[in-house]
Design a protein around this ligand. Structure first.
Ligand SMILES: [Zn+2]
Length: 335
């Protein structure tokens, strides 16, 4: 875009002007033919997809370009060469994401948010594992492997992406997979394993313990009648996340409350229904592997013709120890 078209006194170049951005886009091709991380906007996997593209976008720049802050040099600020003056727009910092108004800690994640925004939680962990330093939010320090050994962290993350992670991976599973990959490549107790473990600790990503379910708040009301002709209707984004155990679903119950809060519908659904509804991320199955997500975009409307109310879904599953576990989404307002 010519100078002044997008912002005063800023020229935005064709995206091919930034070497790291080109490598970012090509990495999407690698991801699409390996882990196939998907599920935007419901799951972590969409953010991880963007994070891996930024990691290898930067890594490719560090491989081919001299390190620096001038045009056509490598840095941890993605997209700096897209604008004149350099860095005026369209940038993401992996070294200090808060300077580009991106999150540097898992507690700042926006569920259902822009995957580019959420991505810096993971790409900042990648940065910390290489360069070391303290996370600004947690204050936790990381002993990195050092820039001279950046290849160790790049290879561990690349192995996780291309060999270990499924399409419905989470931040928690990416932690486990990158630590596992560092052990595979450099041995248990290696500097790479230590650096990656400390980096995920610093950005607040730990293994998940208990299963959880979320429903995106403030679903958009539609009068386009996608729910079998009933109006209005709402499209709900629902994500089910397994904890430390695999889950085998036995039933799920969908409750719909009218505007007075009275239960209007109470539908008991089967495991097969689950596998058919929950295929917006992951394989669509009656089971869910530990540390992964199952996602769905489902439509809801009121049989009574009500125009507001609320809804909640409760899941029941059996874990690896044979225990029955029950967990539910928040009750989400429809209006
Ligand atoms: Zn991207």
């Amino acid at each position: 875009a010519p100078k002044g078209f997008i912002a005063p006194n800023v020229e935005v170049k064709p995206f091919s002007a930034a070497f790291d951005v080109v490598a970012h886009e090509l990495t999407h091709g690698v991801t699409a033919s390996s882990a196939r991380l998907n599920g935007y906007p419901f799951s972590d996997a969409g953010a991880l997809n963007e994070a891996f593209s930024d990691m290898f976008g930067a890594s490719t720049a560090f491989f081919y370009e001299p390190i620096g802050t001038a045009p056509l040099t490598a840095s941890y600020t993605l997209g700096r060469d897209l604008a004149v003056p350099a860095g005026a727009l369209l940038i993401r910092s992996l070294s200090d994401p808060r300077t580009t108004r991106d999150p540097d800690h898992y507690t700042q994640r926006i569920i259902g948010g822009d995957p580019h925004y959420n991505s810096t939680i993971a790409s900042h962990a990648f940065y910390l594992a290489i360069e070391g330093g303290a996370n600004r939010t947690s204050g936790l320090a990381v002993q990195g492997v050092g820039a001279a050994n950046r290849e160790q962290i790049e290879k561990a993350f690349f192995r996780a992406l291309t060999v270990l992670l499924p399409s419905n991976a989470t931040f928690a599973l990416t932690r486990a997979a990158t630590i596992h990959a560092a052990r595979d490549l450099y041995g248990a107790g290696s500097n790479a394993e230590r650096a990656i473990t400390q980096a995920w600790d610093a950005v607040g990503v730990q293994d998940r313990i208990a299963p959880t379910a979320t429903m995106l708040p403030n679903p958009a009301s539609s009068t386009a009648a996608p729910c079998g002709g009933l109006q209005p209707s709402w499209n709900l984004g629902v994500t089910v996340s397994a904890g430390s155990s695999n889950l085998r679903f036995t039933q799920w119950v969908w409750d719909i409350f009218n505007h007075n809060g009275a239960l209007e519908e109470h539908d008991t659904l089967s495991p097969v229904d689950f596998s058919q509804f929950f295929r917006s991320c992951g394989p669509g199955s009656t089971t869910l592997l530990a540390q992964t997500d199952a996602c769905s975009s489902v439509c809801v409307s009121f049989l009574s013709g009500d125009s507001r109310g609320s809804t909640q879904i409760t899941f029941t599953a059996v874990d690896d120890a044979g225990r029955t576990v029950t967990f539910a989404t928040p009750r989400v307002t429809l209006r």
